[in-house]
Design a protein. Structure first.
Ligand code: R5P
Length: 294
């Protein structure tokens, strides 16, 4: 039976309750469209405002990296503890069960290997495929100061244009050449260029000095890469200092999947990122979980 029109008694308009208008929880993201915000809200936890992205895309230029030789064996057990998986479409289709509830950040730049100049990348995924794979964001490497700086920036702006058309955010990944200085001055430059040119969020490295100036001068959220494997306590301290100094989380790979106990490590990283746990307490958690396992 259809509702009987015109019977005001059967309806409740809450005329005295003004409709709330809410600001979006992520820095610099309030003017984005609904689909873009919805996708970012699947990457970043709206309660903590932060994310633990598990980066497993290293194979796209360096083949079977230590810890990623068998993604089905080594990585699938870690997936439930990540907020987001960052990977290539090859791994997504071949290894990750489509039933997964995890948000996906898809690596869309590529075209080089460790045997050649790494900055010489192109966009290597069609936007249609990103849509088909239902990804929450696309990741593009940007080589500020690198040999192919311009091309890599244009790759990013193309991804931003395509993504904006369909509501898919772009993560700009600031890649640093081997001989370049990794300091706050460099990362202020690199992250700001990415944000100014439209990246919805930016991945960079943590630097112990003045990192807060990097996050302060970047108008969109920043996540940090883990970089080369370091002792677990040091990696937890790095994640802690990064989020306390304004990062919106981590996009961590080797320091999780190369840890002695990767599951214990990702849980400890979560404690630091989402619960503001101190590195020492998170390391205690790591050790207790690691011992329980053995
Ligand atoms: C490297 O280029 C990849 O994009 C990785 O996703 C990135 O470096 C983060 O992984 P890791 O924490 O191992 O540095």
């Amino acid at each position: 039976m259809p509702d009987t029109e015109g019977t005001s008694e059967a309806k409740q308009y809450y005329t005295s309750v003004p409709q709330k208008s809410q600001n979006y929880f992520l820095k610099g993201s309030n003017s984005l469209d609904w689909g873009m915000k919805n996708r970012l809200g699947r990457i970043f936890n709206p309660i903590s405002g932060r994310t633990v992205m598990l980066a497993i895309d290293h194979g796209y230029f360096q083949g079977p990296t230590t810890g990623l030789e068998r993604l089905d064996v080594n990585i699938l057990p870690l997936a439930p503890f990540a907020d987001t998986l960052m990977l290539t479409r090859g791994v997504l289709r071949s290894i990750i069960p489509p039933e997964t509830q995890k948000s996906i950040v898809l690596r869309v730049s590529g075209g080089t290997s460790i045997l050649k100049e790494l900055s010489n990348e192109s966009i290597a995924v069609d936007i249609e495929d990103a849509i088909r794979l239902n990804v929450s964001a696309m990741a593009v490497q940007v080589f500020i100061g690198g040999e192919h700086e311009r091309e890599s920036i244009i790759n990013m702006t193309k991804a931003v244009d395509m993504g904006t058309r369909y509501g898919i955010p772009t993560l700009a990944v600031t890649a640093v050449g081997k001989d370049m200085v990794r300091d706050a001055k460099y990362f202020r430059l690199a992250t700001r260029i990415c944000a100014e040119l439209g990246a919805q969020y930016v991945k960079t490295y943590y630097v112990p000095e003045d990192f807060e100036t990097v996050t302060a001068s970047c108008p969109v959220p920043i996540v940090i890469a883990g970089g080369k494997k370091i002792p677990e306590l040091d990696a937890l301290a790095m994640a802690y200092h990064a989020v306390q100094q304004g990062a919106a989380g981590v996009d961590m790979g080797r320091n999780i999947f190369q840890a002695e106990s990767p599951i214990a490590m990702i849980k400890a990283v979560r404690a630091v990122v989402h619960d503001n746990e101190s590195p020492e307490m998170a390391f205690e958690l790591y050790n207790s979980l690691r011992i329980k396992k053995s």
